[in-house]
Design a protein around this ligand. Structure first.
Ligand SMILES: Cc1cc2nc3c(=O)[nH]c(=O)nc-3n(C[C@H](O)[C@H](O)[C@H](O)COP(=O)(O)OP(=O)(O)OC[C@H]3O[C@@H](n4cnc5c(N)ncnc54)[C@H](O)[C@@H]3O)c2cc1C
Length: 355
């Protein structure tokens, strides 16, 4: 048996260096904890593919996300503070131009706008049509949202977070030695281990009670001219300006493919949606795929295993990692370091009291 001296020690070993794991590692370090990040490098991790959009009202029903006002304010302030720490541009606040696909959709917009708590995010429907955009039913401007450059954010965080010496290998449950005093994995001894595996968490045998539903998504980067680059277009697809004539187009949503490869069907769907939205020529520069870690109830999940109290998880950021990530990581770090109760998203909702 190896002596203690041969172990790297830390308060928290984080398994997964994507958005959830990196944000949590950062928040734990801010609270004085020692952290090691063990990431299985993955060029198709969700954070690399994601548009990073912060969209206040979403879906056909144009509903606000759960706790939107709190989460959005928190997230924007958090990204601004990260920008100051790293001297990087991470958050671009942009109006989102909802392009109505039907008269009904326009009516839903007006009805929603009239509800309490919505008008701050939704301006009145209008008939003005921006150049290069098909909008026979008009448009509505959504405010308060924008785009987070998740790749830039993760590069900033990875530049300062300590990596486990064994980085490059996945942390596998079968390799763990979980004792009352901590968790051993290969050459690391941690007080606690937190899994932040994204969609791969669906196959973690310790957390089989947590219903993670992987959702496959594909995006394009196109080069074009003649459409607005001062707003995000949203109508069948999202078209987000990236600068220098480049735009991100997304995203598809599939529930049957659980690998991160692009498909011809995905490409056809994206092109179809794009061609219904803009009327200018474009070149496809990039076509990527990734998998979102969605939870059945669409809320993130944070907390410790009911039996193995030294092992926990942060997951379920779904299609709203940019919105949910900072708040979830911040409060989970408080829970882990300061024993503060979790104000929301506790894993306990998936465990019965007699587990
Ligand atoms: C096509 C697409 C579009 C999206 N658009 C948006 C958007 O516009 N706005 C938005 O907010 N969100 C968007 N998302 C969602 C966002 O990307 C996710 O919410 C977020 O990336 C989830 O973060 P995560 O850390 O849980 O998972 P990931 O980002 O997938 O990271 C998980 C990491 O953990 C590693 N890992 C897994 N298992 C292990 C293990 N056992 N040991 C070590 N490492 C491990 C993986 O290799 C990976 O590096 C989109 C996602 C997709 C796929």
């Amino acid at each position: 048996m190896a002596s203690n001296r041969s172990y790297q020690t830390c308060d928290f070993l984080i398994a997964g260096g994507g958005l959830a794991g990196s944000l949590l590692a950062w928040c734990l370090r801010e609270r004085g904890a020692t952290v090691l990040l063990a990431d299985l490098p993955n060029p198709s991790a969700a954070w690399r593919t994601a548009g990073g959009l912060l969209t206040p009202v979403t879906g056909r029903r144009l509903a606000k996300s759960f706790m939107l006002d709190t989460l959005l304010t928190f997230a924007k302030e958090w990204y601004r503070s990260m920008e100051q720490q790293f001297g990087a541009t991470l958050l671009t606040e942009l109006p989102i131009l909802r392009v109505f696909r039907s008269a009904d959709e326009r009516s839903v917009w007006e009805e929603r706008r009239a509800e309490p708590g919505y008008s701050q995010y939704m301006q009145p429907a209008q008939d003005a049509i921006p150049a290069g955009v098909y909008a026979p039913f008009g448009t509505g401007i959504m405010t308060g949202g924008g785009r987070v450059d998740l790749v830039a954010l993760l590069h900033c965080l990875h530049s300062v977070l300590p990596l486990a010496e064994t980085t490059g290998a996945p942390v596998r449950v079968e390799e763990l030695d979980i004792t009352e005093s901590g968790v051993k994995w290969r050459t690391i001894h941690a007080e606690k281990l937190i899994f932040c595996e994204g969609w791969r968490g669906a196959y973690n045998p310790l957390f089989s009670a947590v219903p993670i539903l992987p959702s496959h998504g594909e995006t394009l980067v196109i080069r074009t001219a003649g459409i607005p680059d001062t707003c995000i277009l949203n109508g069948g697809a999202h078209v987000t300006p990236l600068g220098n004539g480049l735009f991100k187009v997304g995203a598809t949503n599939g529930w049957s493919t659980f690998d991160e490869t692009t498909t011809q069907d995905g490409l056809a769907e994206l092109r179809h949606n794009l061609d219904n939205l803009i009327g200018v020529p474009y070149d496809i520069v990039e076509h990527t795929a990734g998998i979102r870690p969605a939870i059945k109830d669409r809320h993130p999940v944070a907390g410790m295993h009911p039996v193995h109290k030294r092992v926990g998880m942060l997951n379920g950021l779904g299609s709203k990692g940019a919105l949910y990530g900072p708040w979830s990581a911040f409060h989970f770090a408080d829970f882990l370091v300061n024993a503060s109760p979790l104000p929301a998203f506790s894993i306990e909702r998936f465990y019965s009291s007699d587990t």
